[in-house]
Design a binder for this molecule. Sequence first.
Ligand code: EZ4
Ligand code: CO
Length: 419
Amino acid sequence: MKDIIGKANLSVKVALMLKIKDARVVVTCPGRNFVTLRIETADGVYGLGDATLNGRELAVASYLTDHVIPCLIGRDAHQIEDIWQYLYKGAYWRRGPVTMSAIAAVDMALWDIKAKAANMPLYQLLGGACRTGVMVYGHANGQTVEETVEEALKYRAMGYKAIRLQSGVPGLPSTYGVSKDKMFYEPADGSLPTENVWSTAKYLRAVPQLFEAARLVLGEEVHLLHDVHHRLTPIEAARLGKSLEPYRLFWMEDPTPAENQEAFRLIRQHTTTPLAVGEVFNSIWDAKDLIQNQLIDYIRATVVHAGGITHLRRIANLADLYQIRTGCHGATDLSPVTMAAALHVGLSIPNFGIQEYMRHTVETDAVFPHAYTFQDGSLHPGDAPGLGVDLDEALAAKYPYSRAFLPVNRLEDGTLHSW
Ligand code: EZ4
Ligand code: CO
């Protein structure tokens, strides 16, 4: 009895007010640029948030340093929802990737602090685990169909249960999403944007051939995915979806841009290939019509670009009502801090679908030591208190910011693509 009372008293000792004493932004480039927010409380507990916006990193760094951090000092780190509302509504200028990435970084850091203060891995505070791990998909890509399928075999040998396939398009010199490096793919590749050439006709001929070969070699068990990178019009996407039906894709991603959410209705009417979209979304309003009209099957909004854990959970909750599952963006430009946050969310929500997982380089993993681990095609966030990711600032300082852009895409006659 005494023991029980002693334990109860211990739990009361958890600080109910955690005053934010300091916050700073760390920009580092261990192979690619990352922007990280570190919030520290008067008690010495600190939290990390990712604020990386590929190709526009310094805009978010300034937003945080110049406009957000001064408003945080002295606030109670426990008041995550109130601080979220304060930064969102209080800014007057709502939404947009820069603002929402900055808010996301604050939100992640505060959840990290709260879970550390509670001495629990974050997923426990979010309701606890709904599954044993978070199924991930890796990227197999190659210049030719043969090369791509060979890469996919390597992923399957590593235990992956889901693989995204991207192949070079015959007749086009280079294709976005198809890298020279295999395991560590980095699309932001120039200090000025490189230019790719695009032909929809050539692409639409090539993709079904890739998936026909992939099913023949890889069999029926493994999940196969494909990313269109917003390159098609709705009717072209409808045609691609239809032509891929025999190969039973897990999803066709970003078939057309979604500024006009209604555009997906047209694709939906023509194909049973499942649809995923949302890696560039930054708010629930970007997804509202897509979700409420059941125009998609997977929502790809992420912790870092869609307002943090607090807002992503709101999006996931709405999606759950309409039998839509999550499939969060998880490319290398989302730091290990975002990956960890995504894993805690993915483990704890009812409608988790799949998580993208592009491996970070050894240099990035050294700057961000983390507790999450890969096993049997799934990631688990680990049981360290908080997010389970740290930042080695001394090591980070050795990698100064290096400007890098995502490529632009032009049609063969020079017209800038995509819509
Ligand atoms: O183009 O992360 O699904 N993954 C992707 C990525 C994105 C980059 C953009 O920064 O589409 O490769
Ligand atoms: Co994508």
